[in-house]
Design a protein around this ligand. Structure first.
Ligand SMILES: Cc1cc2nc3c(=O)[nH]c(=O)nc-3n(C[C@H](O)[C@H](O)[C@H](O)COP(=O)(O)OP(=O)(O)OC[C@H]3O[C@@H](n4cnc5c(N)ncnc54)[C@H](O)[C@@H]3O)c2cc1C
Length: 325
């Protein structure tokens, strides 16, 4: 329901983002007549909408195009009355009962807010990376590793995720070259020991920069780098490249909001998915501890929706009765 109090347009729930977590939450809340408006600054469907093929989302035995999956989620949310606005939320200020959100369309107010803004995979910024994105250049091993059964791969990165994901990729690839810019891994000792067990399939190249991803006939064929110790160019023939150089959560707009972030700038929440600000919830990839999958984002969206319903009914975990009585 939308109310106008003191000339303020007040939404029951504003969801920031319209990716899988947001759309899942919107299906639940709008179906229960909780007035739900989503703000999306990019593609409706989030990262799922720009994912070529999704093989591991339950219910689709043969897999499904990411865009089709997100279009179906969007249609389902809109069927129950969820409104999707194209625009960016630039800040959130908690005003006790109401939250004020500054958007590209002006200020709006909400009784509850769900942050489902996801994260962005950090890029290395070399020629070929954008051109071959999702067609040989990937950022998620769980999502895309299985496309490389018995193929050769290059992994770029030297931290925990690069090592962990390389080990995972040995299930599929017959050989992996890991290119590490520094002279050693930044990954934990435990992971490095684990990597040793896979050395029949993995070759590590320290002091090696990644300079270019080269393709032919629409396919990646090699990575060109530089051996920093000799200054010589080096080439790694490959069928695909996985880049693991970090993730940037979309949380910059929360500066000054009171929403607490972890050391990597992901949003901290309690077991009801509420953030440090009463009435502001979080779901999906942007949440600290999230598992970065569509199925888990959708599950968190549904959980957050049920917690938001409790909260709006006045039974939330941190309710202050005086404010809602
Ligand atoms: C190439 C690739 C392949 C993948 N393949 C798979 C796969 O096969 N299987 C799988 O399970 N997962 C896969 N994933 C991961 C999956 O896409 C994500 O886990 C999932 O989309 C997370 O959903 P989310 O709703 O939390 O966030 P997102 O999908 O990231 O959606 C967040 C949305 O919020 C918007 N937003 C951010 N800030 C603002 C703001 N201030 N105002 C308004 N809007 C904002 C963004 O534009 C975005 O659309 C893949 C990811 C990538 C990149």
């Amino acid at each position: 329901m939308e109310e106008k109090t003191e000339e303020k347009k007040v939404h029951d729930l504003v969801i920031v983002g319209a990716g899988p977590a947001a759309l899942s939450a919107a299906i639940y809340t709008s179906r229960e007549d909780i007035g739900t408006t989503l703000y999306e600054k990019g593609a409706i469907g989030g990262l799922a909408a720009v994912t070529d093929w999704v093989d591991n989302y339950p219910g689709f035995a043969e897999g499904i195009e990411g865009l089709k999956l997100s279009d179906a989620m969007r249609a389902q949310a809109e069927r129950f009355g969820a409104k999707i606005e194209l625009g960016e939320v630039m800040s959130i200020v908690g005003e006790q009962k109401l939250k004020k959100l500054a958007t590209t369309d002006g200020d709006i107010y909400a009784k509850a807010v769900l942050i489902a803004t996801g994260s962005e995979y950090r890029k290395i910024g070399v020629p070929g990376e954008v051109e071959y994105y999702a067609r040989g250049v990937h950022y998620c091993a769980t999502c895309d590793g299985a496309f490389y059964r018995d193929k050769k791969l290059v992994v770029v990165g030297g931290g925990n995720s690069a090592v962990q994901e390389s080990i995972f990729l040995t299930r599929f690839a017959n050989h992996i070259d890991i290119l590490v810019r520094g002279e050693q891994f930044r990954a934990s000792d435990v992971l490095q020991h684990e990597l040793e067990k896979h050395k029949d399939k993995i070759t590590v190249h320290f002091n090696t920069t990644t300079d270019e991803i080269v393709g032919q006939d629409n396919k990646v064929i090699k990575v060109v780098g530089t051996d920093k110790t000799t200054g010589q160019k080096v080439e790694f023939p490959t069928d695909g490249v996985f880049v693991f150089v970090g993730l940037d959560p979309n949380t910059k707009f929360l500066a000054g909001s009171g929403v607490e972030l972890d050391e990597r700038n992901f949003i901290k929440s309690d077991d009801k998915l509420m953030t440090a600000v009463t009435g502001v919830f979080v779901a999906g990839d942007v949440r600290s501890g999230a598992t970065l999958q569509i199925a888990s984002a959708v599950g968190e969206g549904a959980t957050a929706a049920l917690m938001i319903r409790e909260y709006l009914e006045g039974h939330g975990p941190h309710m202050e009765p005086a404010l809602y009585g």
